[in-house]
Design a binder for this molecule. Structure first.
Ligand code: NAP
Length: 280
């Protein structure tokens, strides 16, 4: 595991949302390798506990596990109430998307997705930022997406939610200049995690074109966060895609996104099971 230097002169704690799988689990491994204590958050307690056991054994770090559904409106405040100490690094990573035309979308599921992808991210940041500012030290990593650079037919509200995250994170980064606290935006393209299966896009052109590994994407985000960078787009292909989206007319960018979502027409996946509110 590659290790990037964090300031570990005193014991630090990182909170990672969506740590039970994919990018979140990789972020947790990177922090632990640097000797950082962790708070791992997601709905699947067993996966979090398994990761926590691995990190404690391999890196002798302290790990707090909090099983919570972060799509719930009260989730951010409940989560902060369960914390055992200050948070030095906040990774707003948990997020989901779903393929399907908007007119037939399950409205409850759409709202839960928007709440998870945007509202909880904003609230968690708002609750933890004052402590970081008072200590004049802290790093925030927001996981946006290349999807935030264009409209995405068949995933309209997911793309819009990532446009929100991209914009929010970069504006916050500007506001935080000179405070000792930084906000970094990570914009992954297609990445091999559970995301594609949950979203129903594993069979899409986008993922068939190739996906980066979660290890590489998380390392790029982690490195940029430790350096306090405003934004990182991992991978040359993704960088070129983001750049070209700025050059082509918006209508063409929208049509390209639509074509990338084309699948072989399999049925959409069932919504994820309802999970407990919060349990530390
Ligand atoms: N993979 C890609 O191609 C890709 C591309 C661009 C951006 N992203 C973004 O990257 C981030 C991480 O996704 P990933 O690719 O690592 O996907 P993933 O493997 O599906 O992981 C998603 C994580 O979010 C958690 N999560 C989902 N719903 C939750 C809820 N209601 N409450 C709490 N936690 C929840 C999941 O845990 P539980 O199921 O245990 O709750 C899991 O730990 C997301 O914000 C995603 O939008 C991914």
């Amino acid at each position: 595991m590659v290790s990037y230097l964090l300031d570990m002169s005193s014991r630090k704690t990182a909170l990672v949302t969506g740590a039970s799988a994919g990018l979140g689990a990789q972020f947790a491994r990177l922090f632990a390798a640097d000797g950082c204590d962790l708070v791992l958050v997601a709905r699947r307690r067993e996966s979090l506990e398994a990761l926590a056991a691995e990190l404690r054994a391999e890196h002798a770090v302290a790990v707090q596990v909090i099983a919570a559904d972060l799509a719930r409106p009260e989730a951010a405040e409940a989560l902060v109430a369960h914390l055992e100490g200050p948070v030095d690094y906040l990774v707003n990573n948990a997020g989901v998307g779903y393929l399907g035309g908007f007119a037939a979308a399950d409205a409850t599921r759409e709202l839960a997705m928007l709440s998870l992808n945007m509202t909880t991210l904003v609230l968690l940041t708002r609750l933890l930022l004052p402590g970081m500012l008072a200590r004049r030290s802290g790093r925030i990593l927001n996981v946006g997406s290349l999807a935030g650079f264009m409209p995405g037919p068949q995933m309209a509200s997911y793309y819009a939610s990532k446009a929100f995250v991209n914009s929010f994170s970069e504006a916050l980064s500007y506001e935080l200049r000179g405070t000792g606290v930084t906000s970094t935006l990570l914009c992954p393209g297609a990445t091999s995690t559970e995301f594609a299966a949950v979203a129903g896009v594993a069979d899409s052109r986008l993922f068939k074109l190739g996906a980066m590994t979660a290890t590489r994407v998380a390392a790029a985000g982690y490195r940029a966060m430790t350096r306090g960078r405003r934004r990182v787009i991992p991978g040359l292909y993704n960088k070129l895609s983001a750049f070209s989206m700025r050059l082509v007319p918006r209508g063409l960018a929208t049509a390209i996104a639509a074509s990338l979502h084309h699948t072989s027409g399999k049925a959409l996946p069932a919504p994820p099971a309802v999970s407990p509110r919060i349990s530390a």
